[in-house]
Ligand binder design. Structure first.
Ligand code: AMP
Length: 225
């Protein structure tokens, strides 16, 4: 049996076409059922639905053989014991610093002020500000980070930005991008040895879907000049 860990929502939806390329169809709709283990068209393959931040844990400890998770989650969790064969280029977004429009972030950084930064992504934020040489007090939150600068809890937040609508709706502005984020395929290293053939087939099908969805280099204007 091959067990694939996915989280509901964007990761699940965007992984379906990759599974289809491997000849695997999920036969149950997670939005219509409360089941946490979903059968597929292949009797030897099942999908388990877990919280996004739990995907690396399931794969690391063998609760799942492989999984799909955001690069942000992976950086926070660490990738010990995990094989990371593919950037799936799905669920794309970026990690950024955001603050109230009336907070002069650039001056605060230039003047060496000690910033209060609220975030769920403490590891990413710590590394980013350490590399910049900016002193920060990090405040760990588990959700609704946008509230922190609005209530005076923090000067800035480190959060995921996709369309920017959430920041705009809360009168915040993106003041500095940190990194681009997309989802990765993660594989349990022991499972890769013990179940090499079926896991390789899935990795290869996912890889083929990723390359098919990327514009070919020859087609880009820069390359054709
Ligand atoms: P947006 O309003 O489109 O900028 O989306 C921002 C919010 O949506 C963030 O606070 C995240 O919680 C969530 N979000 C958007 N895209 C992703 C993603 N790819 N992975 C995880 N969370 C995301």
């Amino acid at each position: 049996m091959i067990t694939l860990a996915l989280s509901k929502g964007r990761i699940f939806e965007e992984t379906l076409p990759m599974l289809a390329a491997a000849g695997i169809e999920v036969t149950e709709d997670p939005e219509k059922s409360r089941k946490l283990i979903l059968a597929t068209s292949q009797p030897g393959v099942r999908v388990v639905l877990v919280r996004a931040s739990d995907v690396p844990t399931y794969v690391q400890w063998g609760g799942a053989d492989l999984g799909v998770t955001g690069f942000d989650t992976l950086l926070e969790h660490g990738s010990a014991g995990l094989y990371l064969p593919l950037d799936l280029k799905i669920a794309a977004c970026r990690m950024s610093v955001a603050a109230r429009a009336d907070f002069d972030y650039a001056s605060a950084v230039r003047q060496g002020a000690r910033l209060k930064v609220a975030t769920k992504f403490v590891g990413i934020a710590r590394d980013f500000f350490a590399t910049k040489g900016v002193h920060v007090d990090l405040i760990k939150l588990y959700g609704s980070m946008e509230l922190a600068p609005l209530t005076g809890l923090a000067d800035a937040i480190v959060d995921i930005v996709s369309t920017g609508n959430t920041l705009r709706a809360n009168h915040l502005v993106e003041v500095e991008p940190i990194m681009d984020i997309s989802a990765r395929l993660v594989v349990n290293q022991a499972a890769l040895k013990l179940k090499r053939e079926p896991i390789r087939r899935i990795i290869d099908a996912f890889a083929a879907t990723v390359s098919a969805s990327q514009p070919s280099e020859a087609a880009t204007p820069a390359a054709s000049q």
